[in-house]
Design a protein around this ligand. Structure first.
Ligand SMILES: [Fe+2]
Length: 183
């Protein structure tokens, strides 16, 4: 497993071809403030180790970049596959914390004192504090769980896919990471 400095270096190199250094630094600062590079991707499933949220998000971004090339997907801004992939699960930065007074850096648990609820919506809110998002990016992050959402929202999800087909590929990229790559 990479240590945190390696993860950050990896992050910079990964984003380097996609956007100017100024934008990379802005995202890096926002993510460091959320302790993104250390957080786990879950508490009880796969990805429960320190740094796994970054590993998972990186894989989703890579899958989106790959799907974009192979399927010739069009995005409202060229760096969207990177931005959506890396930021889609930001809610987890707030939802998983070290237990107070616990000195074990590998021990994470649910935060029982969150103010914001939701998954995709919450990730959108947190991402918007780091950088402005396009409407397409907002839709992709909001609906990255696909139909794994309340049944009452299925119409909205379907409408999101119709207006922004990349919503469907974002969900696919997330499933490839979690269910096929096991990350
Ligand atoms: Fe995810």
């Amino acid at each position: 497993m990479m240590d945190v400095n390696k993860r950050i270096e990896f992050f910079r190199n990964f984003l380097n071809p996609a956007m100017p250094m100024e934008s990379i630094e802005r995202i890096e600062t926002g993510l460091k403030d959320l302790d993104f590079f250390n957080k786990p991707a879950s508490i009880s499933h796969h990805g429960m180790n320190t740094g796994d949220l970054f590993e998972h998000s990186l894989d989703v971004a890579r899958n989106l970049v790959d799907l974009t090339k192979r399927l010739e997907l069009k995005w409202d801004r060229s760096s969207s596959p990177y931005i959506v992939g890396l930021l889609h699960d930001l809610c987890k930065c707030d939802n998983y914390i070290h237990p107070p007074a616990d000195t074990d850096p590998e021990h994470w648990e649910y935060n029982n004192a969150t103010i914001l609820t939701g998954h995709g919506e919450k990730s959108v809110i947190m991402a918007l504090k780091i950088l402005p998002l396009t409407d397409e990016e907002i839709a992709c992050i909001r609906w990255h769980m696909g139909a794994f959402d309340d049944k009452g929202n299925w119409n909205n999800y379907g409408h999101a896919v119709t207006v922004y087909p990349n919503v469907l590929f974002t969900h696919t990229a997330d499933m490839i990471a979690a269910r096929i790559h096991g990350i």
